[in-house]
Design a protein around this ligand. Structure first.
Ligand SMILES: [Zn+2]
Length: 416
């Protein structure tokens, strides 16, 4: 059973980690953004995913309410800011207690990720402000204030950790949301800590701001997890799956395999990305699954990442090989329509319609904005309203936040 079916708000950063629960002997689950797991052996502790930097002290408090044992390992399921950045608080706890500092364990690509993060920090901070707008001001602060604690032990494929006394932990690599992903297997308890292979939502297999994700390999990793017959699977975001863990894993894997096959089939039939994006939807039996609701990621984002994986950037339309600027195109359109007023009139009609109508209105209003004339400010204001309206019907955390945060920016541009 899934203990917590999260909506976007449950996936929000306002969920500070509190109240670790023992889900199997010596395995404690601490819900946060993302989740943390404590694996307790006879001689020491492994902390899987210390979470966001700001949540590190809470993670330590929760651990110390359970045990005084030394933390031997901090294991990163992957190097994302919401999983691998609470480490400084754990290192400080070790210092204060006179413990040896823990080994930090992650896949070999975690260190490379951290190098890329440091190199592109300005861009990342900007996109975090957009993607995590529902955290309030400064979603990008997790990037701006990041302290990087790279792995002291890294591995390529498989790693066994024997430093906890009576408990052995296995780290297994798979590609999925990232190229540096680990899922942790605790054989004696038959528990998997799955990181963001499992997010209690349609997998986040393609997201507007991020680098390539790995849809087919993600399915393979989930199938590998099902093959060990876990009694509990801890998600990276959301809850813990128990009796239905294998079903969740296989249904999720099936959806990813289906998407990969469908996009490839259409490409081989000669379709281009616009048609594929417009038409691909999960079959009803998958789309209706409680495991695959678009609460964080969504299907069209995954389709976009599959396209990026398999094809170049050419979109099938030779007009776009060397495109004119949006401003030049908009100026021509406005000259033909006799100015902004006729566009505003049509935008008003479409604004009252469906989400698809509102989407169409967004494209129309862009002509007014990009043309940059005297009505551009009003264009920004109307665009802000349209973005808010689109956001209201958007289930996906990522899409909702991008629409809401860009609405704020458009409203500001209307008055600047
Ligand atoms: Zn995550």
């Amino acid at each position: 059973m899934n203990e917590q079916r999260p909506g976007p708000e449950a996936l929000g950063a306002s969920a500070r980690p509190r109240g670790a629960k023992e889900i199997a002997p010596g395995v404690y689950f601490l819900a946060g953004f993302g989740n943390t797991t404590f694996l307790i052996g006879s001689e020491g502790v492994a902390v899987v995913d210390p979470g966001l930097f700001i949540n590190g002290p809470r993670v330590v408090e929760e651990l110390r309410a359970i045990t005084d044992l030394e933390v031997r390992y901090v294991i990163y399921t992957h190097g994302h800011y919401d999983h691998a950045f609470g480490t400084p608080a754990i290192l400080e706890d070790a210092r204060v207690r006179g413990h040896q500092p823990p080994e930090i364990v992650g896949h070999a690509n975690v260190a490379k990720r951290f190098e890329r993060y440091a190199k592109t920090a300005g861009h990342l901070a900007q996109t975090f402000d957009l993607q995590f707008a529902s955290w309030g001001e400064g979603g990008g602060d997790v990037v701006r204030k990041a302290q990087y604690c790279p792995p002291t032990i890294s591995y390529e494929d498989h790693l066994e950790l024997n430093g906890l006394g009576d408990r052995v932990i296995e780290c297994r690599h798979g590609l999925g949301e990232t190229d540096d992903h680990t899922w942790v297997w605790v054989p004696d308890a038959r528990v998997i800590v799955g990181g963001d292979f499992i997010v209690s939502s349609m997998p986040n297999a393609g997201t507007p701001f991020r680098v390539q994700r790995y849809v087919l390999e993600w399915a393979e990793a989930l199938e590998d997890m099902a093959a060990v017959h876990p009694v509990a699977v801890v998600s990276g975001h959301g809850g813990v799956f128990t009796e239905d863990a294998e079903e969740m894993l296989s249904v999720t894997a099936a959806s990813l395999r289906w998407l990969d096959a469908e996009v490839v089939r259409r490409l081989n039939e000669g379709q281009w990305q616009e048609q594929i994006l417009d038409e691909v939807e999960l079959p009803a039996e998958l789309a209706e699954s409680t495991y695959l609701q678009p609460l964080y990621g969504c299907t069209s984002f995954a389709v976009r990442d599959l396209l990026r994986r398999y094809v170049g950037w050419y979109d099938g339309n030779p007009s776009m090989l060397f495109p004119s600027t949006r401003a030049d195109i908009a100026a021509e359109v406005l000259a033909m329509t006799g100015g902004s007023e006729s566009i505003f009139a049509r935008v008003d009609e479409l604004s009252a319609g469906t989400g698809a109508d509102q989407q169409l209105a967004l494209h129309l209003i862009d002509f007014v904005i990009f043309a940059g004339g005297e009505h551009a400010a009003e264009g920004h204001a109307r665009k802000a309203d349209l973005l808010d309206a689109r956001a209201a019907s958007e289930q996906s955390f990522v899409a909702h936040n991008v629409l809401k945060s860009t609405a704020v920016i458009e409203r500001k541009m209307a008055t600047d």
